[in-house]
Design a protein around this ligand. Structure first.
Ligand code: C5P
Length: 221
């Protein structure tokens, strides 16, 4: 079907930040809006794919005709993704927190009169992209990761692609002056083992459509 070239394909997309609790009212998080991941999920849906979107806490409307699963933490995102695979396509656009508090207080941490500043020990979260990419029995045919970088963009991202064993890495520059993280536009380079392709600054929905076109080409070869 020329209008729905991904008909019959399944896709998993992750989007948004993760929130890692410190106590019942506080968390570690980041500025991800989920906008790029939601846009990719929508463009894959429009191309005919059966899409499941695993979303961290965002203020985006749940898109129509996409299964949306809401999670809070990286561990919940990983557990959910492992239940969803096997899929044909995995696009991991979430800004997963790298660390979480080693111990979560079950009571609100109080600011006491003796004014001792609390300190938190952190522990490392599982890497969802690497876990999915290194699945032997049910690795998606195409695994796409994202790399939010502030310096040495292409070198850092290519090292990441190799380390995490994903097929493509979509690199974006998240220096605050680019207004990309949390913003409505993106400018990306897609890196694969066969080279790189740059897409000029555009609305995140347009970037989603361009990435989907590349995914369609991948499956037509
Ligand atoms: O290492 P870094 O966080 O820069 O890698 C970014 C890519 O890895 C993104 O695709 C992100 O969704 C994924 N990631 C992940 N699990 C983590 C950290 C990052 O899936 N714990």
């Amino acid at each position: 079907n020329p209008y729905r070239p991904l008909l019959g394909k399944t896709a998993l997309v992750t989007a948004g930040p993760t929130y890692e609790p410190i106590d019942p009212v506080r968390f570690l998080g980041n500025y991800s809006s989920g906008r790029q991941g939601y846009a990719i999920a929508e463009s894959l849906r429009d191309a005919g794919a059966d899409v499941t979107l695993v979303s961290g806490p965002v203020s985006m409307m749940p898109p129509e005709n996409i299964r949306v699963i809401h999670i809070q933490t990286a561990q919940e995102m990983l557990d959910t993704c492992l239940k969803i695979i096997p899929v044909d396509i995995a696009v991991m656009a979430a800004a997963v927190a790298d660390w979480r508090a080693k111990e979560v207080s079950d009571k609100k941490i109080k600011k006491t009169s003796d004014a001792k500043t609390p300190s938190f020990e952190l522990t490392t979260n599982p890497d969802i992209l690497a876990t999915i990419s290194q699945e032997n029995s049910c690795r998606p045919r195409l695994v796409v990761g994202f790399a939010a970088e502030t310096n040495d963009l292409l070198d850092n991202a290519d090292a990441k692609r190799k380390r995490k064993n994903c097929d493509w890495i979509v690199v974006n520059d998240v220096n605050p002056d680019t207004k990309i993280m949390g913003g409505v536009e993106n400018e990306v380079t897609i890196l694969s083992s066969s080279g790189k392709q740059h897409f000029k600054r555009a609305d995140k929905r347009e970037i989603g459509r361009l990435l989907t076109k590349e995914i369609i080409k991948f499956f037509n070869h």
